[in-house]
Design a protein around this ligand. Structure first.
Ligand SMILES: Nc1ncnc2c1ncn2[C@@H]1O[C@H](COP(=O)(O)OP(=O)(O)OP(=O)(O)O)[C@@H](O)[C@H]1O
Ligand SMILES: [Mg+2]
Length: 416
């Protein structure tokens, strides 16, 4: 077997199609299983709205640009990719599955767990949707709740409570077809925000309670973890584009000018406050506003109205009635919105909990071009892909092997 072929087998690729950009990451797993990103590419576009394709041509152009850049950097052709499923397309269903443990000695084996999971998957799911991810909440063995995996324990009746994440087949098929026309083979899909949670959140943080917020251009994905489990997953139809649009319309400036203000001034703050950039007399931010003939007070009013709304929407999902378990870790903020000055501090102030907007550890090891929280989703998908390629058999991985089987089924439906 040639070196090129060997290398090809170790390559994994991820494609994150966001509202503002398509990002491609090509990663290589070395024989020891260490993942190294070897190619990154981005293409900007306006062909997607709330997860739905509005301009397929523009989208494909951006994807191709991202692919070509990543291939050039990696010095390798793009292998089949994992695509991210945006939260807007996802719904979640809770189900319980039961399996009898049949063998002599009655110790639970992996096959029993699979049968219980299959039974749970028989839950009534609308015919136009397919299961794309799942989270195991609890195992019960002969009615007793089990901490961790039940494999190896003695018992006769195994129950499992699972949360299935589904996506509409038509939207997935449209995306896969659209990419297929550009010669991109889609081999797997993963729910973006869950992939990001797997990459960014430590198990200890999930146990203490944490909220992952991916603040993007067009939407804000939220995943709330309490007592180690996913409690809520939501996709809010607002992002930094709303700030840009409000400023442009409200202040009579161009989109480009509004984008510049969001990136450079962000959340306007009183002098010496931990919030974003201050609007002190003679400071660079005042000069920027002056140049655009924008009154600081008006800028402040328009920006804050929308920024506060974004955080209030996040809060509405962290304060769900009846949900137990605290959120001691606070909020982990990723996505390009984490770079908007003062956005994290505003969230901390409004929600009364810490907001960590620092660059996720894994992204620090990436090529400089993607050392940005805007690449969290793409990097997480690539990591997921490498994991599912290299250790699909391993027990206890966060994305279980049988999910690959599940995705294989989705792939067959898409191709049929
Ligand atoms: N360096 C920066 N400083 C300030 N803001 C930034 C910076 N880089 C990106 N942003 C903001 O983040 C936005 C893009 O975020 P991101 O790349 O996470 O969105 P996306 O993934 O394309 O969209 P979505 O996830 O909503 O579909 C930009 O439109 C901009 O407002
Ligand atoms: Mg995004």
């Amino acid at each position: 077997m040639g070196e090129t072929q060997l290398r090809g087998e170790r390559l994994a690729a991820a494609l994150d199609i966001g509202t503002s950009k398509a990002a491609v990451i090509i990663a290589e797993a070395d024989p020891a299983g260490v993942v190294k990103v070897i190619g990154v590419g981005t293409g900007f576009h306006r062909g997607l709205h709330r997860g739905e394709i509005t301009d397929a041509e523009a989208l494909i152009r951006a994807v191709m640009e991202a692919v070509i850049k990543a291939e050039r950097m990696a010095q390798a052709a793009l292998p089949p990719v994992v695509i991210g499923i945006p939260g807007t397309l996802c719904s979640s269903y809770a189900a319980r599955g039961v399996a009898a443990v049949k063998r002599p000695g009655r110790r639970v084996e992996a096959a029993d767990v699979e049968r219980a999971l299959d039974a749970a998957a028989a839950v009534v799911i609308p015919p136009e949707r397919r299961i794309v991810d799942r989270l195991i909440r609890t195992y019960l063995l002969d009615g007793q709740m089990i901490e961790g995996s039940p494999i190896g324990l003695a018992g006769s009746r195994l129950e499992v409570d699972v949360q299935f994440i589904t996506a509409p087949l038509s939207a997935l098929a449209e995306l896969v077809n659209c990419l297929g026309q550009a010669g991109i083979e889609v081999d797997e899909a993963a729910v973006q925000v869950l992939a990001a949670a797997r990459m960014v959140l430590a198990p200890g943080q999930r146990q203490l309670g944490v909220v992952l917020v991916d603040l993007g251009a067009g939407q804000t994905d939220v995943a709330v973890f309490r007592d180690g489990q996913l409690d809520t997953m939501a996709c809010l139809p607002v992002g930094t584009d709303n700030l840009v649009r409000d400023l442009s319309a409200g202040l009579g400036i161009t989109r480009e000018q509004a984008e510049q203000l969001v990136r450079e001034i962000g959340c306007p703050a009183p002098v010496n406050s931990p919030l974003g950039a201050s609007l002190e007399e003679d400071g660079p931010n005042m000069a920027l506003l002056d140049d655009m003939q924008v009154e600081p007070g008006e800028y402040s009013d328009v920006f804050m109205a929308r920024a506060e709304e974004i955080w209030q929407l996040v809060r509405s999902h962290t304060n769900r009635e009846g949900s137990g378990g605290s959120l001691s870790t606070g909020i982990r903020l990723v996505g390009g919105g984490a770079l908007v000055p003062g956005m994290a501090a505003l969230g901390a102030q409004l929600l009364g909990m810490p907001v960590d907007a620092s660059l996720p550890e894994y992204l620090k090891g990436l090529p400089e071009a993607c050392q940005s929280p805007a690449y969290a989703a793409a990097a997480a998908l690539a990591q997921d892909r490498v994991r599912s390629m290299t250790q699909s058999q391993a027990v206890g991985t966060s994305r279980p092997a049988s999910l690959n089987v599940l995705w294989q089924k989705v792939r067959e439906w898409l191709k049929s």
